[in-house]
Design a protein around this ligand. Structure first.
Ligand SMILES: [Cu+2]
Length: 387
């Protein structure tokens, strides 16, 4: 009797057992799949290759040993006439030549990855300065290395024993000092002027349109906020950051109430307008990097940074210029900020003022005052319409 009751209880609980069984089976399958993903699949072929490589290494080591044993036993030395210095020099010439050829090859092979022409106004002098520097550091690199390898050839032991001694020559030293420091000073001064433009030096021209937006970094994404109708970004405070207010916007500030957070992970910029981007970070150090606009600024927790730029080439024009219909400008993080750092990118669309305004009009303000939702209102009206 007792046993019957027990079986009956088991029978009643059967659906529950089935549920638990199915869940356990699913979980087991999941674990198996994860294990399969993390552990590389075993293959006889890869094991065979490992054995082959080990044997190759063993044969090389053993042959060295064999030569030594033969030399010891017979007194015969195959390297007696081997000019060690000369052959070392020859090997160095080989290494040097191969190195310089590799540099030439890689520079041409990877030239596809060079940035296209600058798409911002301040980026043009920056690109010019960069290529100006490369135009003499690249030849200097070759000249210096050719000189280095020439010295190895000239002074290998046994040919020229010692270098010539020279008295201090003030004129020569002064000349060398000026020749080296002049380009360095030019680069530094031009750099200060050119690179500071996006941070300090851009003010609107008469009649030029201006927009303001904020880009906020967090592990691992960017979020943008546009100033609304009033053209001004509202206040924020880190203590206000929460599940429904991801940017910590202070909605008691009237200027904040029309601010816009775009739905899609992309920012739109009007061509020809002066764009001010405010940058901040919610957690660690990130960096706002707009390579095509030659623009870069750090996103530092607890610090307000800003950068200005004037986009000059629309996405459409750049696609035509590059002959690439899929080209898009990119906003990236260029600080290694954690595990999913690679995820921190955003599409940047440069378009005409009209297109920009139309896009902005489609975006909803971040601040939604309490009011009946339009969808619910529609549902409530339906019965009335039918009757
Ligand atoms: Cu980052």
């Amino acid at each position: 009797m007792k046993r019957m009751r027990w079986i009956g209880a088991m029978g009643l609980a059967a659906p529950l057992w089935a549920q638990i069984g199915a869940a356990a089976k699913d979980r087991a399958a999941e674990i198996a799949m994860e294990a399969a993903k993390s552990a590389p699949a075993f293959s006889w072929e890869s094991l065979l290759w490992k054995v082959v490589w080990l044997e190759v290494i063993a044969v090389i080591l053993l042959s060295f040993l064999l030569v030594r044993v033969v030399i010891r036993a017979t007194g015969w030395d195959p390297f007696a006439s081997w000019d060690r210095d000369k052959n070392n020099m020859r090997l160095w010439m080989l290494v040097g030549g191969a190195f310089l050829l590799l540099v030439l090859w890689s520079a041409s092979h990877y030239s596809d990855n060079f940035l296209p022409e600058s798409a911002s106004r301040h980026g043009v002098p920056i690109a010019r300065l960069t290529w100006g520097i490369v135009s003499f550091t690249y030849p200097a690199f070759f000249i210096v290395h050719l000189m280095l390898f020439y010295m190895v050839w000239r002074y290998y032991n046994g040919r020229v024993r010692s270098a010539t001694y020279m008295e201090t020559h003030h004129g020569l030293e002064r000349g060398a000092l000026i020749a080296i420091s002049t380009p360095v000073v030019i680069i530094a001064v031009a750099g200060i002027y050119v690179w500071s433009q996006p941070v300090h030096g851009q003010s609107p021209e008469p009649g030029q349109k201006e927009i303001e937006l904020e880009v906020v970094a967090e592990q691992f994404q960017w979020r943008a906020r546009y100033a609304g109708q009033d053209g001004k970004l509202g206040r924020y405070h880190y203590k206000l950051i929460g599940g429904d207010n991801v940017l910590g916007i202070d909605f008691t500030d009237v200027k904040a109430q029309d601010d816009i957070i775009p739905q899609l992970k992309e920012i739109h910029l009007p061509v020809g307008a002066l764009v001010t981007i405010h940058v901040r970070s919610k957690d660690v150090l990130h960096s706002l990097y707009l390579p095509h606009f030659r623009t870069h600024i750090y996103a530092v927790p607890g610090q307000k940074n800003k950068v200005t730029l004037v986009p000059t080439i629309t996405t459409r024009e750049m696609r035509k210029k590059l002959g690439d219909p899929n080209f898009d400008y990119e906003l990236a993080c260029n600080q290694l900020c954690g595990g999913a750092h690679y995820n921190m990118r955003m599409k940047v669309v440069v378009e005409s003022w009209e297109e920009y305004e139309a896009w902005l009009r489609q975006q909803k303000p971040a601040y939604q005052p309490a009011q009946p939702q339009p969808v619910q209102a529609e549902l409530r009206m339906k019965p009335n319409q039918n009757s």
